[in-house]
Design a protein around this ligand. Structure first.
Ligand SMILES: [Zn+2]
Length: 131
């Protein structure tokens, strides 16, 4: 017999007794972009949690993603480039702040030049971190 992870009620083998309990137990990731110049402004950042895309930041400054409590790997992705993953521990009802940024602020053409460097050092160009 399993017990609901949120309210403790017995369930028939499910982690949560109801959708409501599952949602209430979640934590929230608040992901914001670091203010930048024109470069990157119009491009989408996509947020991956445990390898699955959960949110994208278009022209907005921040977005949120709901995640189950526990440890997660969060990555940011832009075009060809992925950040190194950060590990976060999210508790029920908790709100974690993450920030995405870019180490390079060169014009578009630099991406072509920098691409080989990225192949050698993936995650070097884009970062995501807790704030
Ligand atoms: Zn429950």
């Amino acid at each position: 017999m399993m017990k609901c992870k949120w309210c403790g009620k017995e369930t028939d083998g499910e982690e949560y007794c109801s959708e409501k309990c599952r949602v209430e137990s979640q934590g929230t990731l608040v992901i914001s972009r670091r203010k930048q110049f024109l470069y990157n402004r119009s491009r989408n950042y996509r947020i991956l949690v445990d390898g699955v895309e959960v949110a994208s930041l278009e022209n907005r400054e921040s977005t949120t993603a709901r995640v189950a409590p526990g440890r997660h790997k969060v990555q940011a992705k832009i075009d060809w480039c992925k950040s190194r993953p950060v590990e976060v521990d999210v508790k029920s009802g908790e709100q974690l702040q993450l920030q995405i940024g870019c180490y390079v602020r060169f014009p578009y053409v630099w991406r072509i030049i920098l691409f080989p460097i990225y192949l050698i050092m993936p995650g070097w160009y884009l970062f995501i971190r807790r704030i």
